[in-house]
Design a binder for this molecule. Structure first.
Ligand SMILES: Nc1ncnc2c1ncn2[C@@H]1O[C@H](COP(=O)(O)OP(=O)(O)O)[C@@H](O)[C@H]1O
Ligand SMILES: [Mg+2]
Length: 335
Protein backbone atom coordinates (compact mmCIF):
# COMPACT_ATOMS: atom_id res chain seq x y z
CA UNK A 1 0.00 0.00 0.00
CA UNK A 2 2.84 2.38 0.74
CA UNK A 3 4.70 1.70 -2.47
CA UNK A 4 4.93 4.85 -4.59
CA UNK A 5 3.61 4.16 -8.05
CA UNK A 6 3.98 7.76 -9.10
CA UNK A 7 7.16 9.55 -8.21
CA UNK A 8 7.45 13.21 -9.17
CA UNK A 9 10.88 14.76 -8.90
CA UNK A 10 11.48 18.51 -9.07
CA UNK A 11 8.96 18.93 -11.83
CA UNK A 12 8.80 22.42 -13.35
CA UNK A 13 6.87 23.90 -16.26
CA UNK A 14 7.44 27.46 -17.40
CA UNK A 15 5.37 29.44 -19.86
CA UNK A 16 7.60 32.40 -20.63
CA UNK A 17 8.13 34.02 -17.26
CA UNK A 18 5.25 32.19 -15.58
CA UNK A 19 6.13 29.12 -13.55
CA UNK A 20 2.92 27.14 -13.95
CA UNK A 21 4.50 24.29 -11.97
CA UNK A 22 7.37 25.18 -9.69
CA UNK A 23 9.74 22.44 -8.56
CA UNK A 24 7.12 19.96 -7.41
CA UNK A 25 8.25 16.68 -5.79
CA UNK A 26 5.89 14.08 -4.40
CA UNK A 27 5.08 10.39 -4.27
CA UNK A 28 1.66 8.85 -4.84
CA UNK A 29 0.90 5.46 -3.31
CA UNK A 30 -0.56 2.41 -4.91
CA UNK A 31 -4.31 2.20 -4.41
CA UNK A 32 -4.91 5.63 -2.96
CA UNK A 33 -7.17 8.43 -4.10
CA UNK A 34 -4.81 11.36 -4.23
CA UNK A 35 -6.03 14.94 -4.62
CA UNK A 36 -4.40 18.05 -6.02
CA UNK A 37 -6.42 20.84 -4.45
CA UNK A 38 -5.96 24.46 -5.41
CA UNK A 39 -7.58 27.52 -6.92
CA UNK A 40 -7.87 28.19 -10.61
CA UNK A 41 -4.47 28.68 -12.24
CA UNK A 42 -2.60 26.86 -9.45
CA UNK A 43 -0.99 24.46 -11.95
CA UNK A 44 -3.09 21.32 -11.37
CA UNK A 45 -3.93 20.59 -15.01
CA UNK A 46 -0.34 21.26 -16.03
CA UNK A 47 0.88 18.63 -13.55
CA UNK A 48 -1.65 16.07 -14.81
CA UNK A 49 -0.75 16.76 -18.44
CA UNK A 50 2.94 16.26 -17.77
CA UNK A 51 2.28 12.99 -15.91
CA UNK A 52 0.11 11.84 -18.82
CA UNK A 53 2.96 12.67 -21.27
CA UNK A 54 0.81 15.25 -23.05
CA UNK A 55 3.07 18.11 -22.07
CA UNK A 56 6.86 18.21 -21.78
CA UNK A 57 8.30 19.52 -18.50
CA UNK A 58 10.74 22.43 -18.59
CA UNK A 59 12.83 20.52 -16.06
CA UNK A 60 12.54 17.63 -13.64
CA UNK A 61 10.81 14.34 -14.38
CA UNK A 62 8.41 11.76 -13.07
CA UNK A 63 7.77 8.04 -13.12
CA UNK A 64 4.29 6.64 -13.53
CA UNK A 65 3.88 2.96 -12.77
CA UNK A 66 7.71 2.80 -12.86
CA UNK A 67 7.88 4.23 -16.37
CA UNK A 68 9.76 7.45 -17.08
CA UNK A 69 7.43 10.11 -18.56
CA UNK A 70 10.25 11.43 -20.78
CA UNK A 71 11.68 8.16 -22.05
CA UNK A 72 8.86 5.61 -21.92
CA UNK A 73 5.84 7.53 -23.09
CA UNK A 74 4.02 4.58 -24.65
CA UNK A 75 4.36 2.48 -21.51
CA UNK A 76 3.14 5.41 -19.40
CA UNK A 77 0.13 5.91 -21.67
CA UNK A 78 -0.83 2.25 -21.50
CA UNK A 79 -0.77 2.41 -17.71
CA UNK A 80 -3.07 5.39 -17.36
CA UNK A 81 -6.59 6.53 -18.09
CA UNK A 82 -7.49 10.18 -18.20
CA UNK A 83 -10.64 12.25 -17.93
CA UNK A 84 -9.96 15.79 -19.08
CA UNK A 85 -11.22 18.96 -17.48
CA UNK A 86 -13.04 19.96 -20.68
CA UNK A 87 -15.61 17.55 -22.15
CA UNK A 88 -13.95 15.35 -24.75
CA UNK A 89 -16.63 12.85 -25.66
CA UNK A 90 -18.21 12.60 -29.12
CA UNK A 91 -21.79 13.77 -28.68
CA UNK A 92 -22.78 12.60 -32.19
CA UNK A 93 -22.09 8.98 -31.21
CA UNK A 94 -23.93 6.78 -28.74
CA UNK A 95 -22.42 6.01 -25.35
CA UNK A 96 -21.53 2.51 -26.44
CA UNK A 97 -19.94 3.72 -29.70
CA UNK A 98 -17.73 6.11 -27.78
CA UNK A 99 -16.46 3.29 -25.59
CA UNK A 100 -16.01 0.94 -28.52
CA UNK A 101 -14.01 3.51 -30.46
CA UNK A 102 -11.71 4.02 -27.50
CA UNK A 103 -11.23 0.27 -26.97
CA UNK A 104 -10.30 -0.24 -30.62
CA UNK A 105 -7.57 2.37 -30.30
CA UNK A 106 -6.11 0.27 -27.52
CA UNK A 107 -6.34 -2.86 -29.66
CA UNK A 108 -8.88 -4.81 -27.59
CA UNK A 109 -10.49 -7.59 -29.66
CA UNK A 110 -14.28 -7.79 -30.11
CA UNK A 111 -14.92 -10.25 -27.31
CA UNK A 112 -12.83 -8.30 -24.81
CA UNK A 113 -14.43 -5.04 -25.91
CA UNK A 114 -17.95 -6.35 -25.35
CA UNK A 115 -17.07 -7.66 -21.91
CA UNK A 116 -15.28 -4.53 -20.82
CA UNK A 117 -17.94 -2.16 -22.18
CA UNK A 118 -20.57 -3.99 -20.13
CA UNK A 119 -18.36 -3.83 -17.03
CA UNK A 120 -17.57 -0.14 -17.18
CA UNK A 121 -21.14 0.83 -18.09
CA UNK A 122 -22.27 -1.13 -15.07
CA UNK A 123 -19.84 0.68 -12.85
CA UNK A 124 -21.27 4.11 -13.74
CA UNK A 125 -24.85 2.82 -14.13
CA UNK A 126 -25.26 3.79 -17.76
CA UNK A 127 -26.28 0.43 -19.20
CA UNK A 128 -29.84 1.60 -19.92
CA UNK A 129 -28.68 4.61 -21.87
CA UNK A 130 -25.78 3.04 -23.76
CA UNK A 131 -27.59 3.10 -27.10
CA UNK A 132 -28.70 6.72 -26.84
CA UNK A 133 -26.77 9.53 -28.50
CA UNK A 134 -24.52 11.33 -26.06
CA UNK A 135 -25.99 14.67 -27.08
CA UNK A 136 -29.14 13.61 -25.21
CA UNK A 137 -27.19 12.85 -22.00
CA UNK A 138 -27.22 15.22 -19.02
CA UNK A 139 -23.92 16.79 -17.94
CA UNK A 140 -23.54 14.24 -15.17
CA UNK A 141 -24.18 11.31 -17.52
CA UNK A 142 -21.58 12.61 -19.97
CA UNK A 143 -19.08 12.84 -17.15
CA UNK A 144 -19.85 9.28 -16.06
CA UNK A 145 -19.36 8.06 -19.61
CA UNK A 146 -16.00 9.81 -19.74
CA UNK A 147 -14.98 8.07 -16.53
CA UNK A 148 -16.12 4.75 -18.00
CA UNK A 149 -14.09 5.46 -21.13
CA UNK A 150 -11.01 6.27 -19.04
CA UNK A 151 -11.28 2.79 -17.50
CA UNK A 152 -11.78 0.80 -20.73
CA UNK A 153 -8.19 -0.37 -21.18
CA UNK A 154 -7.71 -1.48 -17.55
CA UNK A 155 -5.44 1.40 -16.49
CA UNK A 156 -3.45 1.15 -13.27
CA UNK A 157 -3.83 4.87 -12.66
CA UNK A 158 -6.79 7.08 -13.50
CA UNK A 159 -6.32 10.84 -13.77
CA UNK A 160 -9.46 12.88 -13.22
CA UNK A 161 -9.05 16.58 -13.94
CA UNK A 162 -11.83 18.46 -12.11
CA UNK A 163 -14.24 15.49 -12.35
CA UNK A 164 -17.30 17.38 -11.08
CA UNK A 165 -16.64 20.85 -12.48
CA UNK A 166 -19.91 22.67 -13.12
CA UNK A 167 -22.15 19.81 -11.94
CA UNK A 168 -24.94 20.34 -9.41
CA UNK A 169 -24.48 19.13 -5.83
CA UNK A 170 -26.54 15.97 -6.20
CA UNK A 171 -24.81 14.85 -9.40
CA UNK A 172 -21.47 15.66 -7.81
CA UNK A 173 -22.21 13.34 -4.88
CA UNK A 174 -23.13 10.55 -7.26
CA UNK A 175 -19.88 10.96 -9.18
CA UNK A 176 -18.00 10.78 -5.87
CA UNK A 177 -19.60 7.41 -5.18
CA UNK A 178 -18.54 6.10 -8.60
CA UNK A 179 -15.00 7.29 -8.02
CA UNK A 180 -14.87 5.52 -4.65
CA UNK A 181 -16.34 2.41 -6.17
CA UNK A 182 -13.92 2.17 -9.08
CA UNK A 183 -11.00 2.81 -6.75
CA UNK A 184 -12.08 -0.15 -4.60
CA UNK A 185 -13.58 -2.55 -7.13
CA UNK A 186 -11.09 -2.00 -9.94
CA UNK A 187 -8.11 -1.33 -7.64
CA UNK A 188 -7.27 1.75 -9.65
CA UNK A 189 -5.07 4.42 -8.14
CA UNK A 190 -6.88 7.72 -8.66
CA UNK A 191 -5.22 11.11 -9.01
CA UNK A 192 -7.76 13.90 -9.17
CA UNK A 193 -7.59 17.66 -9.27
CA UNK A 194 -10.21 19.89 -7.78
CA UNK A 195 -10.83 23.35 -6.46
CA UNK A 196 -13.77 22.08 -4.38
CA UNK A 197 -12.46 21.56 -0.87
CA UNK A 198 -15.41 19.35 0.13
CA UNK A 199 -14.55 17.08 -2.78
CA UNK A 200 -10.93 16.73 -1.74
CA UNK A 201 -11.98 16.25 1.86
CA UNK A 202 -14.61 13.61 1.15
CA UNK A 203 -12.81 11.60 -1.52
CA UNK A 204 -9.09 11.77 -1.00
CA UNK A 205 -6.87 9.62 1.17
CA UNK A 206 -4.23 12.33 0.88
CA UNK A 207 -4.31 15.84 -0.49
CA UNK A 208 -1.60 18.14 -1.81
CA UNK A 209 -2.67 21.76 -1.63
CA UNK A 210 -1.24 23.67 -4.57
CA UNK A 211 -0.89 27.40 -5.01
CA UNK A 212 1.10 29.24 -7.68
CA UNK A 213 2.62 26.01 -8.93
CA UNK A 214 3.94 24.96 -5.52
CA UNK A 215 2.84 22.39 -2.95
CA UNK A 216 2.07 24.33 0.20
CA UNK A 217 0.80 21.39 2.29
CA UNK A 218 0.44 17.63 1.89
CA UNK A 219 -1.23 15.14 4.21
CA UNK A 220 -4.44 13.29 5.00
CA UNK A 221 -7.36 15.75 5.05
CA UNK A 222 -7.90 15.14 8.77
CA UNK A 223 -4.28 15.79 9.63
CA UNK A 224 -4.29 19.01 7.63
CA UNK A 225 -7.41 20.21 9.42
CA UNK A 226 -6.29 19.12 12.88
CA UNK A 227 -3.07 21.03 12.47
CA UNK A 228 -5.12 24.24 12.22
CA UNK A 229 -6.77 23.77 15.59
CA UNK A 230 -9.79 22.17 17.17
CA UNK A 231 -12.51 24.76 16.56
CA UNK A 232 -12.76 27.88 14.46
CA UNK A 233 -14.73 30.83 15.77
CA UNK A 234 -15.45 33.45 13.15
CA UNK A 235 -16.34 36.87 14.45
CA UNK A 236 -17.52 39.67 12.21
CA UNK A 237 -16.61 42.97 13.84
CA UNK A 238 -16.57 46.70 13.21
CA UNK A 239 -12.80 47.03 13.61
CA UNK A 240 -11.07 43.75 12.82
CA UNK A 241 -7.56 45.17 13.02
CA UNK A 242 -8.04 46.60 16.50
CA UNK A 243 -9.78 43.51 17.85
CA UNK A 244 -7.12 41.28 16.35
CA UNK A 245 -4.42 43.23 18.23
CA UNK A 246 -6.34 42.79 21.47
CA UNK A 247 -6.95 39.07 20.95
CA UNK A 248 -3.30 38.41 20.13
CA UNK A 249 -2.55 38.83 23.83
CA UNK A 250 -5.04 36.13 24.90
CA UNK A 251 -3.23 32.85 25.31
CA UNK A 252 -6.21 30.51 24.78
CA UNK A 253 -6.47 31.71 21.19
CA UNK A 254 -3.96 29.68 19.24
CA UNK A 255 -4.14 31.47 15.92
CA UNK A 256 -5.84 34.55 14.52
CA UNK A 257 -6.51 35.37 10.91
CA UNK A 258 -8.09 38.59 9.75
CA UNK A 259 -9.94 38.45 6.47
CA UNK A 260 -12.07 41.40 5.32
CA UNK A 261 -14.05 42.21 8.48
CA UNK A 262 -13.97 38.62 9.72
CA UNK A 263 -11.63 37.31 12.37
CA UNK A 264 -10.99 33.57 12.37
CA UNK A 265 -9.87 32.31 15.76
CA UNK A 266 -8.42 28.84 16.29
CA UNK A 267 -9.28 27.61 19.77
CA UNK A 268 -10.00 24.52 21.85
CA UNK A 269 -13.52 24.22 23.30
CA UNK A 270 -15.07 26.87 21.11
CA UNK A 271 -18.45 26.84 22.91
CA UNK A 272 -16.84 28.02 26.12
CA UNK A 273 -14.69 30.62 24.40
CA UNK A 274 -17.48 32.46 22.60
CA UNK A 275 -18.91 34.24 25.70
CA UNK A 276 -15.41 35.29 26.77
CA UNK A 277 -14.66 36.74 23.37
CA UNK A 278 -17.97 38.59 23.27
CA UNK A 279 -17.38 40.03 26.74
CA UNK A 280 -13.95 41.22 25.66
CA UNK A 281 -15.38 42.87 22.55
CA UNK A 282 -17.98 44.63 24.69
CA UNK A 283 -15.34 45.89 27.13
CA UNK A 284 -13.25 47.28 24.30
CA UNK A 285 -16.20 48.95 22.61
CA UNK A 286 -16.05 46.73 19.53
CA UNK A 287 -19.34 46.02 17.78
CA UNK A 288 -19.83 42.33 16.93
CA UNK A 289 -22.09 41.78 13.90
CA UNK A 290 -22.06 38.01 13.86
CA UNK A 291 -20.31 35.04 15.41
CA UNK A 292 -20.20 31.39 14.44
CA UNK A 293 -18.46 28.22 15.50
CA UNK A 294 -17.34 25.38 13.26
CA UNK A 295 -14.75 22.70 12.71
CA UNK A 296 -11.82 23.62 10.45
CA UNK A 297 -12.15 22.87 6.73
CA UNK A 298 -9.51 22.54 4.04
CA UNK A 299 -10.46 26.12 3.16
CA UNK A 300 -9.05 27.16 6.54
CA UNK A 301 -5.89 25.25 5.75
CA UNK A 302 -5.57 27.07 2.44
CA UNK A 303 -6.30 30.41 4.10
CA UNK A 304 -3.71 29.77 6.80
CA UNK A 305 -0.99 29.13 4.26
CA UNK A 306 -1.87 31.74 1.64
CA UNK A 307 -3.96 34.45 3.33
CA UNK A 308 -6.58 33.95 0.60
CA UNK A 309 -9.56 31.65 0.21
CA UNK A 310 -10.13 29.22 -2.65
CA UNK A 311 -13.74 30.43 -2.80
CA UNK A 312 -12.64 33.97 -3.50
CA UNK A 313 -10.54 32.82 -6.42
CA UNK A 314 -13.47 30.85 -7.71
CA UNK A 315 -15.81 33.80 -7.35
CA UNK A 316 -13.50 36.04 -9.31
CA UNK A 317 -13.28 33.45 -12.08
CA UNK A 318 -17.07 33.15 -12.19
CA UNK A 319 -17.26 36.92 -12.48
CA UNK A 320 -14.88 36.81 -15.44
CA UNK A 321 -16.99 34.16 -17.15
CA UNK A 322 -20.12 36.22 -16.55
CA UNK A 323 -18.48 39.33 -18.02
CA UNK A 324 -17.32 37.34 -21.05
CA UNK A 325 -20.82 35.95 -21.59
CA UNK A 326 -22.26 39.46 -21.33
CA UNK A 327 -19.73 40.80 -23.82
CA UNK A 328 -20.44 38.04 -26.32
CA UNK A 329 -24.20 38.60 -25.96
CA UNK A 330 -23.66 42.26 -26.78
CA UNK A 331 -21.60 41.29 -29.82
CA UNK A 332 -24.33 38.87 -30.89
CA UNK A 333 -26.88 41.68 -30.64
CA UNK A 334 -24.93 43.85 -33.05
CA UNK A 335 -24.80 41.25 -35.79
N1 LIG B 1 -0.61 26.90 -22.82
C1 LIG B 1 -0.36 27.83 -21.89
N2 LIG B 1 0.29 28.96 -22.20
C2 LIG B 1 0.57 29.90 -21.27
N3 LIG B 1 0.21 29.79 -19.98
C3 LIG B 1 -0.46 28.70 -19.60
C4 LIG B 1 -0.78 27.66 -20.53
N4 LIG B 1 -1.45 26.69 -19.88
C5 LIG B 1 -1.54 27.09 -18.59
N5 LIG B 1 -0.95 28.30 -18.43
C6 LIG B 1 -0.83 29.04 -17.16
O1 LIG B 1 -0.25 28.18 -16.21
C7 LIG B 1 -0.84 28.35 -14.94
C8 LIG B 1 -1.40 27.03 -14.43
O2 LIG B 1 -2.49 26.63 -15.26
P1 LIG B 1 -3.31 25.29 -15.02
O3 LIG B 1 -2.35 24.16 -14.88
O4 LIG B 1 -4.32 25.20 -16.08
O5 LIG B 1 -3.98 25.58 -13.60
P2 LIG B 1 -5.21 24.83 -12.89
O6 LIG B 1 -5.48 23.57 -13.64
O7 LIG B 1 -4.76 24.62 -11.50
O8 LIG B 1 -6.37 25.77 -12.97
C9 LIG B 1 -1.89 29.45 -15.11
O9 LIG B 1 -1.30 30.67 -14.74
C10 LIG B 1 -2.18 29.41 -16.58
O10 LIG B 1 -2.62 30.67 -17.04
MG1 LIG C 1 -7.25 22.92 -14.47
Amino acid sequence: MNEHIIQIIELTKKYGNIKAVDNVSLGIRRGEIFGLLGPNGAGKTTIIKMLATLLKPTSGFAEVWHHNILKEQDAVRRSIGIVFQDPSIDTELTGRENLDFHARMYGLNKEKREKRIAEVLDLVELNDRAKAFVKFYSGGMQRRLEIARGLMHYPKVLFLDEPTLGLDAQTRHRIWEYIKRLNKAQKVTVVLTTHYMEEADYLCDRVAIIDNGKIIALDKPNNLKNAIGEDIISVQVSDGGKFSDILTKIEYIKRIRLHDDFLFLSVENGEIMIPRILRLAHEEGIFVQSVSLRKPTLEDVFLTFTGRTIREQEASVKEQIRMKAKASMRMGGKR
